[in-house]
Design a protein around this ligand. Structure first.
Ligand code: GLY
Length: 260
């Protein structure tokens, strides 16, 4: 069974969203449109069984809408706060700690010199892949692996530092269910993924490899028809959401919520 979620932490983009970090050249995001897209995303979470913990926008942190990076949650088991690898994002964790406290009073914490963005963590069943990236270092991955081991989750690291166009591991691979991954070309043949059923993300639609399972539904980004066709043919029910403004800031569907 895929973990079922009843809660999601979300935070709308602040007015200075365009001041955040990005590695893509897709133009400047329209904040009003981003807010509309974020509201639609929240509505989809509620429609699919989640009660929202909604944090207010925070202009101190232009990337703070991407709440997923700040914590890793094993539903019903525990949580660990991260130590984001980008200095401009480090302070985002404080508000997330407060938001999670009522649910995970014993949340642990990645500590220096470890860095970890949870967008680098792809869980599939009782296993996790941890991307070593320009945000997550080997020490952060080591600390997270040890935490996972205490929760009976095995973990392997995947070095993505040499792969162009992949900010976080989950920019290039996500779990569709407990056995199946969708993987971009550049990672498809990685030995660690061969034990799992894999779908190759259609060429030119790599952005859509970041999708997110929310209970019985798969959230997928609007504008990627081949990906939708492949997923529908496999029997997945899709919720298609416009992510154009978040894509401009290197953000995907999974980045916008912390689900548990
Ligand atoms: N803009 C999202 C990030 O760079 O973390």
């Amino acid at each position: 069974m895929f973990s079922r979620f009843s809660m999601a932490v979300v935070r709308p983009p602040a007015r200075n969203f365009a001041d955040g970090l990005t590695t893509v050249a897709l133009g400047v995001p329209n904040v009003d449109l981003a807010l509309t897209q974020h509201a639609a995303y929240c509505t989809a979470l509620v429609r699919n069984g989640c009660t929202l913990v909604q944090l207010p926008p925070d202009e101190r942190y232009p990337d703070s809408t991407f709440v997923e990076d700040t914590a890793l949650i094993l539903p019903g088991s525990g949580a660990i706060l991260t130590r984001p690898g980008a200095p401009t994002r480090a302070g985002e964790v404080h508000a997330i700690r407060d938001a999670l406290m009522p649910f995970f009073s014993n949340a642990e914490q990645i500590v220096a010199p470890g860095t970890l963005d949870a967008g680098d963590v792809c869980e599939v069943g009782a296993h996790a892949f941890i991307g070593v990236s320009h945000r997550t270092n080997t020490e952060g991955a080591r600390q997270l692996s040890a935490w996972f081991a205490r929760h009976n989750v095995s973990a392997k690291t995947i070095d993505i530092r040499g792969i162009r166009g992949i900010l976080h591991l989950k920019s290039g691979v996500t779990a569709l269910d407990e056995q199946r991954l969708i993987v971009v070309d550049a990672l498809y043949d990685h030995p660690e993924f061969r034990l799992f059923k894999r779908i190759r993300s259609p060429r030119g639609e790599e952005y859509a490899a970041n999708c997110v399972r929310v209970n019985d539904i798969l959230f997928v980004a609007h504008g990627y028809p081949q990906t939708q066709q492949v997923l529908r043919a496999l029997g997945y029910r899709l919720e298609v959401l416009d992510m154009s403004e978040f894509a401009k800031m290197d953000g995907g569907l999974s980045c916008l919520s912390l689900r548990f």
